[in-house]
Design a protein. Structure first.
Ligand SMILES: *Cc1c(COP(=O)(O)O)cnc(C)c1O
Length: 225
């Protein structure tokens, strides 16, 4: 898409979303110019899958500081230090190990990191995220970490095909979200439920998402995934 098209699609999607929904622009593979155009058109949160790619764009964007940066890809422990410096939220905490690494690096720089726990709502072996039956234990275990603020859950669900096929995954995530909220675990806020992408965000919102991560529908199709 050219700049006008990006600008138009950003504005259209923002207009179409209910007020309580946060829109994360999933910006992998996009150029600084494309990201800049999206910010100009109203994007407030940028999502990245890789620390290094986020860093490169950050450095080439004079408007980088006016938006929030969310880590939406699997975070490796050896990237946690940079991730902590760069991101305003990590949506993909899926193990005690990574939670502790993030916490330790946050302590080093005196930062409190908002975080979501990523769940593998489809129990797919090739996907990241904690299994649904292990979420409660993980959340409890990491809730006491001093510099991590658990604020909700994130899930991927199937990326392609009929969005209706994703509904079950979203329902599963929502029921875990509700259960954890009712559990009232100290230091755990169940405030954000991040689910839904270009093909499925409407279904996700129907099922209770209040954060959606959209790439293709804002920027056009990607050459590489
Ligand atoms: C790429 C990506 C998205 C957006 O996907 P689209 O189909 O391009 O909208 C959302 N979430 C994550 C984690 C992604 O990697």
């Amino acid at each position: 898409m050219n700049e006008n098209m990006i600008s138009t699609s950003v504005k259209e999607i923002i207009k179409s979303l209910p007020n309580n929904i946060l829109l994360v622009a999933a910006a992998k593979t996009r150029t600084p110019k494309e990201v800049k155009t999206a910010i100009k058109a109203g994007i407030k949160i940028i999502g990245y899958n890789y620390v290094q790619e986020a860093e490169q764009i950050y450095e080439n964007l004079d408007t980088a500081v006016i938006v929030k940066w969310h880590m939406i890809g699997h975070l490796q422990r050896n990237k946690a230090k940079r991730a902590v410096q760069l991101f305003d939220m990590i949506e993909t905490i899926d193990s005690k190990r990574i939670a502790k690494a993030v916490n330790r690096h946050c302590q080093d720089i005196g930062k409190n990191m908002p975080a979501l726990v990523e769940i593998n709502s489809g129990r797919e072996s090739n996907k990241t995220g904690v299994m649904p039956d292990e979420v409660d234990d993980l959340v409890k275990e990491i809730s006491s970490l001093s510099n991590l603020r658990i604020q909700g859950l994130m899930t991927m669900g199937p990326r392609f095909g009929n969005p209706e096929d994703a509904r079950l995954y979203f329902k599963a995530a929502k029921s875990i979200f509700d259960r954890l909220r009712e559990a009232g675990i100290p230091n755990v806020e169940m405030k954000y439920l991040s689910m839904g992408m270009s093909n499925s965000y409407q279904v996700a919102i129907e099922e209770g998402a209040n954060v959606v991560r959209i790439g293709t529908k804002l920027f056009g199709s990607r050459c590489k995934v």
